[in-house]
Structures are given as structure tokens and as C-alpha cells.
Design a binder for this molecule. Structure first.
Ligand SMILES: Cc1cc2nc3c(=O)[nH]c(=O)nc-3n(C[C@H](O)[C@H](O)[C@H](O)COP(=O)(O)O)c2cc1C
Length: 305
């Protein structure tokens, strides 16, 4: 009998049975085509970012296709934390024993209120902080300012004992500075990255193709940028990195593991192939077997440069 390769990973205090999970905003437990057994085969489930209180999203259209990617300006609409706890969490619990909840907010207080409210909910394994949210004070996303990012994470850490994942914004000139600021503030895990700001114009109507004018680019177009950011950050921080951006198949995920990611989130690719995450898990096993590795851990950060 051939020995199974190990896919388990430890992201600091967070143990995952395998390193593949959905990216926030691209998976909804109420609409997914995957059944409970299939969802249970993922490393974790990660629902869309939630806010403390209900909030509206951006004007329509909120999403448009571009060459090799998607532009979105959904604007994080949310029915609020109490709705999430009552309606979504019980469904999520049936699907996977690792639930990562993504938080959005426009002030340090918003985030801390949410983190405190979720702290005692034992079914939640970790909190992911969406740092691409604009700060009410100056409209600049927390993830674009290392002092604000640091201050936010320090305060969230005081509000919860759950592992914290800082989801960085790629819209910065030096991702290493942001990764280091998040680490210094006490984040347990870094996620690289959210979407890259972009714009598309309808040349017949001569208007922006998104209701919000500008939006975040995701999909294969951003993958080389994200791989570079993972590689750069892995050289300066000592905490685990989750890679996300343009992963469409196992080859793309393996690239990120070699660059230094310990786990991968899959976003836009779920829209064209709902089974893509399950396919990636099987294909990674095949790659590891072929290359005679015992565990996914053997290839993390293995790039020879
Ligand atoms: C329609 C859509 C909605 C998203 N909503 C969120 C969100 O609520 N919170 C968040 O942290 N990221 C959100 N993202 C960003 C994704 O989680 C991910 O970081 C990004 O799409 C890059 O990954 P991908 O290229 O695999 O899609 C969203 C992305 C898309 C396409």
C-alpha cells in the first residue's frame, strides 16, 4: 500500500487538515454548489467579510469581467454580526470544523466590537481582518498605512484570544513594510493579498463599467504580482503566510507554496468552476507523490533562487 502524502499544515496556532480554502467574498454557504461532504474536504470555510452592524454595498454594476480577471466593487454589504451568528454560522458549522470569519469595519472601534462579540463563539477558529476597508477618519484603507495597520491589529489583539489573520492590501509600494508592521503588532498569520485597484471603461457609453467607478482586480492577471509579494514577505517575517490571488489550478497553488505560502485561498476561480478547490487538493497530492515528498510542508518556501 502506498503511503498517503500529508496535507496538514499549522499556521501558528491554527491547525488545518489541508491548506486549501475559499477566499472571502467568493464563497457563500447558502449558494455554494458543493455539498456538505465536499465542503468538509476543504481546509477551512471563509465566508464574506461581515460588519458589526448592517450596511449597504456599492451602486450597481458591482462586477465586470476584464482580460484575465474580474473587477469588483461590491463594497462589503453586510446584514451585521447578529444576523451572521443566527443565520449563517449554524449552516457553516455543518460544513467544516474550521471556520475563519472575515471582519470589515471603518474604524478601530468597529473592528474591536466585532472581534469582542465573536471571541466567545467557540465554533469560530480564527478571525481574518480585511485591511482593505477605508478608515472613516481619512478614507484611506488601513492596509495602505503601516501606522494605522499596526494600531488596528494591536487593538484587535486586545479584544480577542482567537488567532488573527491580517489580510494585506497589495495596493502599496512595499508589501514587506506592511507584513512587518502586522507581525510587530502581534498578528498570528498574514494573508497576501486582497484585490489590486483598477478601472474599466465602456467605450460606447463612455462611462465607467462599475457603479463605483473603480474596483478591485482579481483573477489570473494578478497572480505574478501576488507571488512576488509572498516571496518578498516570506524573507522578512517569521509568521505563516496565506497566499491568495489568481489561483486557478494546482500548478498556481504550488507556485505560491514554493514562494513561501503555507496555505492558499481560491477566489474568482470558484465562479467559473465550483469544484476547483477539490481538484486542486487532489492535484497537489499527485504532485507531491510524483516528486516523492511526504508532506506539503516539504515544499513551503522551497524556491531555489
Ligand atoms: C466578488 C468578490 C468579492 C470579494 N469580497 C471580499 C470580502 O468581502 N472580503 C475580503 O477580504 N476579500 C474579498 N474579496 C477578495 C478575495 O477574497 C481575494 O482576496 C481576491 O479576489 C484575490 O483572489 P482571486 O484572484 O483568487 O479572486 C472579494 C473578491 C471578489 C472577486
Amino acid at each position: 500500500m502506498t503511503k498517503e502524502v500529508g496535507l496538514e499544515v499549522d499556521l501558528g496556532p491554527l491547525h488545518l487538515k489541508n491548506p486549501i480554502m475559499p477566499a472571502s467574498g467568493t464563497f457563500d454557504v447558502k449558494c455554494t454548489l458543493l455539498n456538505e461532504n465536499e465542503l468538509n474536504r476543504l481546509g477551512a470555510v471563509v465566508p464574506k467579510s461581515i460588519a458589526f452592524k448592517g450596511r449597504e454595498g456599492n451602486p450597481e454594476p458591482r462586477i465586470c469581467e476584464t482580460d484575465c480577471g474580474l473587477l469588483n466593487a461590491v463594497g462589503v454589504p453586510s446584514k451585521g454580526v447578529e444576523y451572521f451568528l443566527k443565520e449563517d454560522l449554524p449552516l457553516l458549522q455543518k460544513t467544516n470544523d474550521t471556520i475563519i470569519v472575515s471582519l470589515t469595519g471603518n474604524s478601530i472601534e468597529d473592528f474591536c466590537n466585532l472581534a469582542e462579540r465573536l471571541n466567545k463563539i467557540k465554533e469560530i477558529s480564527a478571525l481574518e481582518i480585511n485591511l482593505s476597508c477605508p478608515n472613516l477618519n481619512n478614507g484611506i484603507p488601513f492596509g495602505n498605512n503601516k501606522k494605522k495597520l499596526y494600531e488596528l491589529i494591536v487593538n484587535i489583539k486586545k479584544s480577542t484570544t482567537k488567532p488573527i489573520i491580517a489580510k494585506l492590501s497589495p495596493n502599496v509600494s512595499d508589501i514587506k513594510e506592511m507584513a512587518l508592521a502586522a507581525e510587530k503588532a502581534g498578528t498570528d498569520i498574514i494573508n497576501i493579498a486582497n484585490t489590486l485597484m483598477g478601472m474599466a471603461i465602456d467605450i460606447d457609453k463612455q462611462i465607467p463599467r462599475l457603479g463605483n467607478n473603480i474596483g478591485g482586480l482579481s483573477g489570473p492577471a494578478i497572480r505574478p504580482i501576488v507571488v512576488r509579494m509572498i516571496w518578498e514577505s516570506a524573507q522578512v517575517v517569521n509568521i505563516p503566510i496565506i497566499g491568495v490571488g489568481g489561483v486557478c489550478c494546482a500548478k498556481d497553488a504550488i507556485e505560491m507554496f514554493l514562494a513561501g505560502a503555507s496555505a492558499i485561498q481560491v477566489g474568482s476561480a470558484n465562479f467559473s468552476n465550483p469544484y476547483v478547490m477539490l481538484e486542486i487538493i487532489s492535484e497537489i497530492k499527485r504532485y507531491l507523490k510524483e516528486k516523492k515528498y511526504n508532506s506539503i510542508k516539504d515544499i513551503i518556501g522551497l524556491i531555489k533562487d
